[in-house]
Design a protein around this ligand. Sequence first.
Ligand code: A3D
Length: 320
Amino acid sequence: MARAKIALIGAGMIGGTLAHIAAREALGDVVLFDIAEGTPQGKGLDIAEASAVFGQDVALKGANDYADIAGADVCIVTAGVPRKPGMSRDDLIGINLKVMKAVGEGIKQYAPNAFVICITNPLDAMVWALQKFSGLPKEKVVGMAGVLDSARFAYFLAEKTGVSIQDIHAWTLGGHGDDMVPMVRHSTVGGLPLPDAVAAGLLTQADLDAIVERTRKGGGEIVALLKTGSAFYAPAESAIAMARSYLLDQKRVLPSAVYVSGEYGLNDLYVGVPAMIGANGVEKIIEFTTNDEEKAMLATSVASVNGLIEACKVADPSLA
Ligand code: A3D
């Protein structure tokens, strides 16, 4: 059987890391596409040379022409600009919306059957716009944010409790902004929901509150440290988990920005919810029970996402 073809639209920090991981685990042949000349070719060649050491038979190619993504099974989109210190994700709309238009048209023309994972910020609005610009089915266009935000939540819980990261399951829902919703009652340490983990003395309520806050600001913490860009290792790992679930029909339930039609009482937007990803793309949305407090937090987060979508419609009236 032919190897899968993975097109990485954007060959910057996340794009290069995606290429490295995809090649190392032989998830498929990789095309790195970017408007910058030389960068995708250089990164592709560097990783191809590394394949002689890590021993996988995969092809890597750098490209500046959308024709090279033809027939891709998966497209992962990181094209655009990342945050600098002092910027919010929302400050990126002006530039990145134009980029999504070009990318959406390229995917529509050359890879209309692909499963598309958007990472470009502000995430929930950009994936919404990318789906519109590409015209691909909504279940085949998703955004990566929840896997990353939940990974940060899980890591902070592991660090505080000393429990193996493998035995922690953490969930964040809502938009990918500072008002995201870490789901405390649905997240577990060693099988214990977090309120029970506090009662059992694995961490204090103050620890938990601080971890929730740190999770919400997790992206900004890395931006402040790096100074020249935003996180890339954990975002790349997170998108690969989503691509793997699609390519291998794993049907993993991963918090993802997906198009909602009535789930959680929400309609006609992309927002982070637990989604089962398999060979057909988003195959099911899992609805957690939500109490009044969680509903209110979700409503605040959704209001932010809707605000970004409205800003996109103003910036590009063809989206209205
Ligand atoms: P960076 O290293 O700057 O790479 C972006 C690449 O996009 C550069 O190589 C550019 O040349 C390229 N590019 C710009 N315009 C175009 C275009 N029109 N067509 C093709 N390529 C283009 O950024 P990065 O890889 O660190 O981050 C990429 C995006 O991901 C940014 O928007 C970040 O804000 C976002 N991001 C999202 C998350 C989420 O969890 C959602 C996390 C981290 C970063």
